[in-house]
Design a protein around this ligand. Sequence first.
Ligand code: PLP
Length: 430
Amino acid sequence: MLTSRPSARSAEIMARARARFPGGVNSPVRAFGGVGGEPFVAKRGKGALVWDADGNEYLDYILSWGPLVLGHAPDVVLEAVSRAMQDGTSFGMPTEREVELADKIAERMPHMEMVRFTSSGTEAAMTIARLARAITGREYILKFEGCYHGHADAFLVRAGSGVATLGLPDSPGVPAALAKLTLTCRYNDLEEAARIAREYPLAAIMLEPIVGNSGFIEPLPEFIPGLRKIADETGALLVFDEVMTGFRIAFGGARERFGVTPDLTALGKVIGGGLPVAAYGGRRELMQNVAPTGKVYQAGTLSGNPLAMAAGLATLGALTQEVHDGITAQTGVLVQGMRDIAARHGVPFSASHSGSMWGFFFRDEPVHTYDDAKLSDTVLFKRFFHAARRRGVSLAPSAFEAGFMSSAHGDAEIAETLTRLDDALGAAVA
Ligand code: PLP
């Protein structure tokens, strides 16, 4: 038994779920394929805490895979959503809240002159591929190994996230003819990216400006400026997939962090404050190509949903520079604390963070690529994961996922987390 905590109710729900959903889940990573054991069946969350169906309490660092930058069920979001709900849950027509959220995004990310809201990051990335192809009249896309851009066919090629965990670099069902148009290169390998861009007419060079889907991997200093230069020299569009990094790695995202402006950007997660929202956007003249002003078709019954817009507005409204800086500092304390713990236990370890996004590998050498990440000690990760879970700390159930932090994780929560993780690592290496 991997967990000594009460789990009968969770097991019973999962047994029913397995009869209804493939693997009992509605998104593969939730099945715990990367770590084994019974999945976490969530019941309730508040602030830094989440409770499973058996009533066990955990300090949560999954935070719904990134959106919950204010923690679970923040009052400000609950109030905004319930106010919006009184007016109706969906119209399928323009609303003022959509304009307000787009304004709010542009305030922090001025290069998002125009946006289009979608309901998932997958749709945003998928449409960016279509838009970039239409704008440039080219068909090839360059992506990087271990970067995940949602599950559109064009991107299920050496993707990270659940795909990395499951060891499925390509998914059956993706037409070979389409996969051929997606070229892949090692993350941080500027020379190889330049060679590919010279050899193939690229519509877009797309990347996670900091990778969160094959563990947490930061770009080398020359990588992103180098890609901008390659894109400019070869006529490709530079696309930042900031679905995960947006409003996390810096107040103004990757553009602020790296001083490089992309042509198009995908956003998601935080901008929906826990409700289904994503967006793509960029320069006005590029976005004017989207229907109905332009010919590139994309639509959505629930796009710009008023409840989701209200949640996003409340979240970004509460996420001031000061709050962002506070979460960043707390993340730094957690990461340093984990380094200290690993050093005390004599375990090969590296950990880092950018803003409120963080990650660690059981490996001493620097991790610059997905291949490097795969050399980390994943067996120790599994033991550590379960030991942490038994002690009430909920970490991402895969060595190839990033961790997140929220404004609800105060000094006391971080100190308690570190105490439990110290004990957990001791148990994992014993
Ligand atoms: N892009 C990145 C960088 C992501 O991390 C994700 C999801 O984790 C996606 C795209 C896909 O977003 P969604 O799960 O909302 O479709």
